[in-house]
Design a protein around this ligand. Structure first.
Ligand code: AMP
Length: 278
């Protein structure tokens, strides 16, 4: 496994990799969610590259950039064990050189859900992902359904900017009790960790309601809210039943929907989602 830091080293190493090249962008502190993307890429591609970069521009001023967990040595061991060919760990000064002022932003899709709560977040995400794509030049790029809006926004960006890249979105990997795996789960103390299962429990309640024939958007929102309200350590930021393609909130009878939420458990902001319907 080659580990490179500069763009020149990356380009030299990339040139020797077998096609098609699968790429997994991450912010590190890897868990089974990340590794599921790596494994899928390994199965489907001639070679696999991953990046580890905690992207400062996607964090808001009050968010956890400084505290974001990091363990490069461990991450490299995990990637090596999965048979990754190339790991790129760029420096911040490489990605954001002095005088940096060029941004990529996706308009409509980022006005909802996470974009509404985290102004500027997606501008940071799409800018860094475009830069990673330009530097790595992958054939396929692997993202997780855990960040459902991110996946939708990246697909839009890839289509709009004609990146010759196939975006592959992989299912959410969960803990045994349903909590979606996240690097941020390490912030939770024991009581908070137990409370955090409320996101999955509320999604499950709404999925069960949907499967028993409930199609009313607001009733499904209320089902999730009621379960969330039963957990004293959880503070809900939003609960959504949205169109999976446009991400607009739905009302009335629905056929297909993205159920999603953001919830604070203590200082830790957790998200989760599930798509229902055909
Ligand atoms: P991050 O390091 O948080 O930026 O995540 C890197 C990639 O891993 C993103 O495409 C995430 O959606 C994906 N990912 C994170 N957690 C999970 C999970 N629990 N299941 C599946 N994919 C995930």
């Amino acid at each position: 496994m080659r580990i490179v830091e500069s763009i020149q080293e990356l380009r030299n190493a990339r040139a020797e990799l077998e096609s098609p090249l699968g790429f997994v962008p991450t912010m590190g502190y890897l868990h089974e969610g990340h590794l599921s993307l790596v494994r899928r890429a390994r199965q489907e591609c001639g070679s696999v590259a991953a990046s580890i970069f905690v992207n400062p521009t996607q964090f808001g001023p009050q968010e956890d950039l400084a505290a974001y967990p990091r363990d490069l040595e461990r991450d490299l061991g995990l990637l090596k064990a999965e048979g990754v060919d190339l790991v790129w760990t760029p420096m911040t000064a490489t990605m954001y050189p002095e005088g940096f002022q060029t941004w990529v932003s996706v308009d409509e899709l980022t006005r909802h859900l996470e974009g509404k709560q985290r102004p500027g977040h997606f501008r940071g995400v799409t800018t860094i992902v475009a830069k990673l794509f330009n530097a790595v030049g992958p054939d396929r790029a692997y993202f997780g359904q855990k960040d459902a809006q991110q996946a939708t926004v990246i697909r839009r960006m890839v289509a709009d900017l004609n990146f010759p890249i196939e975006v592959v979105v992989c299912p959410i990997v969960r803990e045994a009790d349903g909590l979606a795996k996240s690097s941020r789960n390490t912030y939770l103390n024991e009581a908070q960790r137990k409370a955090a299962t409320v996101l999955f429990r509320s999604l499950t309640a709404a999925v069960e309601a949907f499967e028993s024939g409930q199609r009313e958007a607001q009733t499904l929102r209320d089902t999730m809210s009621t379960v969330l309200a039963g957990e004293p350590l959880a503070e809900v930021q939003y609960v959504s039943v949205a169109d999976p393609e446009t991400l607009e909130e739905l009302s009335g009878e629905i056929r297909r929907a993205l159920l999603s939420m953001a919830v604070f458990v203590g200082e830790t902001r957790l998200i989760d989602n599930k798509v229902v319907g055909e």
